[in-house]
Design a protein around this ligand. Structure first.
Ligand SMILES: Cc1ncc(COP(=O)(O)O)c(C=O)c1O
Length: 458
């Protein structure tokens, strides 16, 4: 038995970046200038930025060192081969295609393989994944298990896909399903993990119906950690062994290296199909660049190669998952409704439950995000009706859930920053009756949460 139980940040800090403190009045003015949409704030007006865990992590000294090794050769760069080897060692996929970020991998894959009227099942599509499916005239169908749609229900693998629903779809409309996707962890459903048993069941179905199976692997290491912690038979395996087993069940993946690549930019598309890979590379050359750099500098490829090794280290994953859990424990202990159990990369507040007086079409998530910013300078993000409510036919419907995601950047904030965030959330929850909804004044056609303007309702 160890005498100490505190899980500390498994790093020390070598280089710091000053935070910018603002007054409440300054934040009110900044939010007004941003049309009440925190995506339009200047970063300097934010104190603690939990908008996303994407590309916001701190790189290690080893990654910064690797940058200097970047080989900027246009074709056949040494850095590409290092990157390709790191991805292959992890995933086992034959073809490794670098892209500038995850959505570029999605765009290239879906534009290559999808036709109008086809269906892509997923546990939950992330917003860019959904948009890239729909732009091809195909349907993005979410098939997460029922437990995944009940915020307060505690279940170890709320990211699982509903295998029966998937089989029903494949049996009835299999000829219209060119690929089955599973997102690990399930970002839009609360950062919840998918079990190995579930991935195995998807593999079996995909083999039976001869349908390729792709992972949206952005947070594969966090998912592997949850499997190690929660699923029988995995406690003794290393996170890398678990991750490899996950990838070996699939035929390919899309990946944003801005998450579990521990890099500030980058991504990849990887797969076993020679035919698809050839067509994807052709499109890559058109939109991203030559197949050995895919929109990235040689030094980016180096940073990702190194990041993919660091992200599966046990001390890192233990600290990572614990710091998210720590924030969750503090705020739920104070009565704030959150998705239980907390996800790997973020704590999701159930804004619909917290603000029952704000109807979904008045965006309780945005009301809460904006109050957190005004009161404490903390920036979260709505994952709810603004993000998912606008249907392809132009009709607006409430999303399944109205959540506020507080995403924790990797290796950036310390425990005292997280203590401050907890205090801020609890402070806002004490004034919740005073929060009001909003209306959209300028509605962009796709991905409207990024650029929409709002007016607060009185
Ligand atoms: C599950 C998931 N898929 C895809 C993406 C898109 O990746 P990127 O932001 O690198 O384009 C994200 C980004 O947050 C994500 O969380």
């Amino acid at each position: 038995m160890q005498p100490f139980h505190t899980i500390i940040e498994p790093f020390r800090i070598k280089s710091v970046e000053a935070l910018n403190f603002t007054t409440r009045d300054e934040r009110i003015a900044a939010l007004r200038r941003a049309d009440h949409n925190v995506f339009k704030l200047r970063g300097d007006d934010v104190l603690i930025d939990l908008l996303t865990d994407s590309g916001t992590g701190a790189m290690s000294a080893a990654q910064w060192g690797a940058l200097v090794q970047g080989d900027e050769t246009y074709a056949g760069s040494r850095s590409f081969y290092r990157f390709e080897k790191a991805v292959r060692d992890l995933t086992g996929f034959t073809h490794v295609i670098p892209t500038h970020q995850g959505r570029a991998a999605e765009r290239i894959l879906f534009h290559t393989i999808l036709s109008r009227g086809e269906i892509v099942p997923n546990n939950n599509h992330f917003d860019t994944t959904r948009a890239n499916v729909e732009v091809e005239g195909a349907e993005a169908r979410d098939l997460v298990v029922a437990e995944g749609r009940q915020p307060s229900l505690v279940h170890p693998f709320k990211g699982n896909i509903d295998v029966d629903a998937l089989e029903t779809l494949l049996a009835k409309d299999g000829d219209r399903v060119p690929v089955v996707m599973v997102t690990v962890t399930n970002n839009s459903g609360g950062g919840q993990p998918v079990s190995m048993t579930n991935l195995r069941a998807v593999r079996r179905l995909c083999t039976k119906y001869e349908t390729p199976f792709f992972l949206d692997a952005c947070r594969f290491a966090e998912n592997a950690w949850f499997i190690k912690q929660r699923e029988e038979g995995y406690a003794q395996k290393t996170p890398l062994e678990v991750a490899r087993e996950m990838f070996r069940l699939a035929d390919g993946c899309t990946m944003s290296a801005k998450k579990d690549g521990l890099a500030n930019i980058g991504g990849f598309l990887a797969m076993n199909s020679d035919a698809w890979a050839e067509r994807c590379r052709t499109l890559l050359i058109l939109t991203e660049g030559f197949p050995t750099y895919g929109g990235l500098a040689g030094y980016d490829l180096e940073a990702i190669a190194r990041g993919l090794e660091e992200v599966v280290e046990e001390p890192y994953l233990m600290y990572r998952i614990r710091s998210t859990e720590y924030l969750a424990e503090k705020i739920s202990g104070a009565g704030v409704p959150i998705i239980q159990p907390p996800g790997g990369h973020a704590v999701y507040i159930d804004a619909r439950a917290m603000l029952p007086h704000v109807p979904p079409l008045q965006y309780p998530g945005v009301a809460l995000v904006n109050a957190l910013y005004v009161e404490a300078g903390v920036r979260g993000v709505e994952i709810g009706t603004v993000m998912f409510g606008l249907q392809p036919d132009g009709v607006e419907r409430p999303a399944d859930m109205d959540l506020v995601r507080l995403a924790i950047p990797r290796r950036v904030y310390t425990q005292s920053h997280i203590d401050y965030v907890a205090e801020a959330v609890i402070h806002v929850s004490r004034m919740k009756e005073r929060l009001r909804g909003l209306r959209v004044t300028s509605p962009p056609a796709v991905l409207r949460h990024f650029t929409a303007s709002f007016d607060p309702l009185t």
